[in-house]
Design a protein around this ligand. Structure first.
Ligand code: SF4
Length: 460
């Protein structure tokens, strides 16, 4: 019986795709190997959001080849879709399967391993960049010109270190046009899972005992628009409230203009929705936002996050920020720092700008020197930590609702609060997936410490 090992990179949507591949391999009677050294097939499910993500994938391909030279290496995901030729240059790769063929990955690989071909494979047409390749691997990548053909299969998945808080991918692709972003090219147009199916899957997770479910997607706020049946994210959230066994629901991320008054008010009065919004900001400067083709101004962004804070005083509010966008001046960088400082944001995810071939921003003049980029991202990260610490300090002495986590190899009980703070709980190890009210006593090594005030089902 053949064995497999999957290495996932990147965002929650990519992790979800890895879950789909795992399920499909199991359905074909493949067994999961204990480590990559033991696997007959190693799948690298890649990300391409930055140059660093590409580099990680290439390093990992080399490592897999060193550690398991006989394995069939399959490279899939966004990097495989964007630049199959770069991957083909690497020795040891047997299959390159883009997102366009991800749903057929197992069929393709299995057919080859069994010694028979699949219909219409390998695919070299549909995108100029595949022409003339003298490949040693089989390449399955088509362009996304016939986007309606891209399939969408939802899949529940877990983070690498935690078997609690499952994520459910309910949306894929993106119709927006941000000048720095390669995602629409490698994932195609936005498409959403049927709301009835979402409800069924969330209810099944709740029935299995999971207390918190995270809804994920590439552009979650656009949920439902492609369906033409009146579905919206808000209607979906309202219907999920009806699932009695469901404890808590959380959104992975939502674009600023999609956080409207109705959604904020729903979350404010909801007994089940986590007090947490992750709202990508990218820059606090209007000129940069325009160059990024982000559809809002810094004032609009400020209004959204202020409205969240006013209506939900304890909410965690996170943001993505890109530093070193082409032409970003020192004054503009300082302005973004001041903007963040004055905002109610409680944490930051900071990314250094990375030109993605095929995007408008990759052709823009005014690239920022690496040492300047490093300093600016360091300053933003420091500010992010300061904001987080300030938020944690506000929580000392408070009672927070939290779900216990399942962290392998850990003797402590760790929990995630509704407002997205990790809490270490004093005393013996508690089972995962419990709802607790925890009194926050102190902060130690950047983590909250607390004691249990009330166990069992609880409201947020
Ligand atoms: S909203 Fe913009 S940054 Fe986000 S996936 Fe779409 S194009 Fe990329």
């Amino acid at each position: 019986m053949a064995s497999f090992y999957i290495i996932n990179f990147g965002c929650r949507a990519t992790q979800a795709d890895g879950g789909e591949i795992e399920q499909a391999l199991r359905a074909q009677r493949y067994v999961k190997a204990n480590g990559l050294e033991d696997a007959n097939v190693v799948v690298l499910n890649t990300c391409t959001v930055t140059a660093a993500a590409d580099r990680d994938a290439r390093q990992t391909i080399r490592r897999v080849q060193r550690q398991n030279p006989t394995a069939k290496i399959v490279v899939t995901g966004c990097y495989a879709q964007r630049a199959p030729e770069e991957i083909l240059e690497m020795p040891g790769v047997h299959f390159v399967v883009g997102n366009s063929h991800k749903d057929r990955l197992v069929e393709i690989v299995d057919a080859r391993l069994q010694g028979f071909a699949t219909e219409g494979s390998p695919v070299h047409e549909g995108t100029d960049r595949n022409e003339g390749l003298s490949c040693t691997a089989e390449v399955y990548v088509e362009g996304f010109s016939r986007r309606e053909r891209i399939p969408f299969v939802s899949q529940t998945f877990f983070g690498a270190a935690d078997r609690t808080r499952p994520s459910l991918k309910i949306q894929d692709g993106c119709d927006a046009n941000c000048s720095f972003c390669i995602i629409p090219t490698v994932r195609g147009r936005s498409r959403s899972l049927d709301p009835i199916e979402v409800k069924k899957q969330v209810a099944a997770l709740a029935a299995q005992g999971y207390r918190e479910v995270v809804l994920s997607g590439i552009h979650l706020g656009s949920y439902g628009r492609d369906r033409g049946d009146g579905s919206t994210l808000l209607k979906l959230l309202e219907s999920l409230e009806e699932i009695e066994e469901l404890g808590r629901i959380r959104l992975s991320s939502i674009e600023p203009l999609e956080v409207n008054a109705a959604l904020i008010s729903h979350v404010a009065q909801s007994k089940k929705f986590a007090k947490h919004f992750h709202v990508p900001m990218q820059s606090g400067v209007d000129r940069i936002l325009r160059a990024m083709r982000r559809p809002y101004t810094s004032a609009q962004y400020a209004e959204v996050v202020s409205s969240i804070r006013e209506n939900i005083p304890d909410a965690a509010i996170g943001a993505d920020v890109i530093t070193g966008f082409p032409g970003e001046t020192e004054f503009e960088h300082r302005s973004t720092l001041e903007f963040v400082e004055a905002s109610p944001l409680t944490y930051l995810h900071v990314f250094s700008f990375s030109p993605r071939p095929g995007t408008p921003a990759a052709l823009m003049r005014g690239s920022i020197a690496p040492e300047t980029m490093k300093r600016r991202s360091g300053e933003l990260r420091q500010l992010g930590l300061k904001k987080k610490l300030g938020f944690q300090q506000e929580m000392v002495g408070r009672i927070l609702s939290a779900v216990t986590l399942d962290r392998a190899g850990n003797d402590l009980t760790e929990a995630m609060s509704s407002n997205f703070l990790e809490i270490r709980i004093e005393g013996s190890r508690l089972a995962p997936n419990l709802f607790l009210d925890v009194e926050v006593k102190a902060i130690e090594n950047s983590v909250l410490l607390g004691t249990v005030r009330k166990a069992g089902p609880s409201v947020v």
